[in-house]
Design a protein around this ligand. Structure first.
Ligand code: FAD
Length: 396
């Protein structure tokens, strides 16, 4: 029997010592620690914090210790998350390997693949990109066409992927490819890991209206891929793809709690920027109502996640709950962004919010960027279709 109280006390003390003050502030985009060869640290404290977390395996706390993960059980992982949230500790590492590929590899990868890739993901040595969408295959992902031929001792890949986030900075990409063009849609797809430095791989950044570029189109022209980089069985990649999407959608549903303007933050912000009565109450009744509604929705979402956590622990997950969380989480995040802008008033008209705190500085940018969350990882319309069909059993 684990002594969880003792684990909590030790974790709290360890974080107090190893998470420096600058790593307890809301994280700006340029300060995020991404994995990979081009890893960049904003300051020495960021490096120290990352290395301390990495060496404990706490970049992936619940992955098996034999592959470099933290080896924590579900309750310990939750305690760690709670203690990190208590101190406002930043996520130690950003990477699609940590968020998505790792869990899918642990479920479907061969022993050789786990040993090759998982420790490097945990240590932030490799940056991963996601190669799912194609110009003609977004919501209807299973109609993807990137061709993958069996050439005896290797695969040969030809085609293109689009909206590949930061693929121009990635070291590797996990891809869905068509290995059997004659089979029914999902049946002919395989899941392949491709080294971005292989001959024939190229990327073209896609410029956004802001002038920034977070996306690429990625091209594969006669790219040779070793056969041991096929994950799962040939033509059975759809199962791996779905496992990975489960983690992507879970991540996206929790985005609102990752943004650090928490419950107390939104109320404090409203008190700072809108009139208050002598008893400290907000004068604007409609704003009070909207904030209360948001806090209640956020609490309901937390309880839903809590329920999922206990179901996972009991190995009795109701898949219908999992289907709903992305839609609920991303919609609430956007409502929260609207509320924050309303609170900021005229200050919210500026792209660079003039403010005294970093937290406020990011509000307008978050409002614009968070629109993407109801598209990426499957649009809200598609999520609602899935809920209607598979959770509620409604006719097509
Ligand atoms: C920020 C961001 C990051 C992304 N990163 C990646 C990445 O790294 N790798 C990657 O592979 N992809 C990535 N994507 C792509 C993302 O997965 C797709 O944008 C998404 O799946 C939707 O596909 P689409 O853009 O082709 O839109 P479409 O499928 O063309 O959809 C257009 C519109 O039609 C609606 N629609 C389509 N079909 C139906 C239907 N049957 N019923 C009702 N409505 C429907 C959609 O909801 C949407 O509103 C990213 C997207 C975003 C926004």
């Amino acid at each position: 029997m684990q002594d969880y109280d003792q684990f909590r006390a030790q974790t709290r003390a360890w974080l107090e010592t190893n998470c420096p003050p600058s790593q307890r502030q809301p994280v700006l985009e340029e300060e995020q620690i991404w994995a990979g060869k081009s890893q960049h640290f904003h300051n020495d404290e960021a490096r120290q914090y990352f290395e301390a977390m990495r060496d404990k395996g706490w970049t992936a706390p619940d992955w098996p210790a034999e592959y470099g993960g933290g080896g924590l059980d579900a309750s310990q992982t939750k305690i760690l998350e709670q203690e990190m949230a208590r101190l406002n500790c930043r996520p130690p590492l950003y990477d699609m390997g940590i968020w998505m590929l790792g869990p899918a590899l642990l479920a479907y990868g061969s022993e050789e693949q786990k040993r090759e890739h998982i420790p490097r993901i945990v240590r932030g040595e490799v940056r991963w990109a996601q190669g799912y969408s194609e110009p003609g295959a977004g919501s209807d992902l299973a109609s993807l066409k990137t061709k993958c031929e069996d050439c005896g001792d290797h695969f040969l890949v030809n085609g293109t992927k689009i909206w590949t986030t930061k693929a121009d900075h990635a070291d590797w990409i996990f891809c869905l490819v068509r290995t059997d063009p004659t089979a029914a849609k999902q049946a002919g797809i395989s899941f392949l890991l491709i080294d971005m430095h292989s001959g024939g791989v190229s990327t073209a950044p896609i410029k956004l209206i802001s002038g920034a570029s977070v996306f690429c189109q990625t091209f594969f022209d006669n790219v040779k891929v070793p056969k041991n980089q096929l994950v799962g069985e040939l033509n059975q990649g759809w199962a791996v793809a779905k496992e990975l999407l489960k983690h992507e959608r879970k991540l996206m549903s929790s985005m609102s709690s990752m943004v650090q303007d928490d419950q107390e933050g939104i109320v404090e912000l409203a008190k700072k920027h809108t009139p208050t009565a002598p008893d400290g109450k907000l004068v604007d009744g409609a704003l009070r109502r909207d904030i209360t509604r948001h806090l209640m929705n956020q609490r309901a979402q937390e309880l839903l996640n809590e329920r999922l956590y206990h179901q996972a622990k009991a190995r009795a997950i109701d898949p219908r709950l999992g289907m709903t969380i992305k839609h609920i989480g991303t919609a609430e995040l956007q409502r929260k962004d609207e509320l924050l802008l309303e609170i900021l008033g005229n200050r919210g008209l500026s792209w660079e919010t003039p403010s005294t705190t970093d937290n406020e500085h990011t509000i307008v940018k978050n409002w614009a960027y968070d629109k993407a969350h109801t598209i990426a990882g499957g649009t809200s319309e598609i999520q609602l279709n899935i809920i209607a069909k598979r959770a509620l059993g409604l006719p097509a």
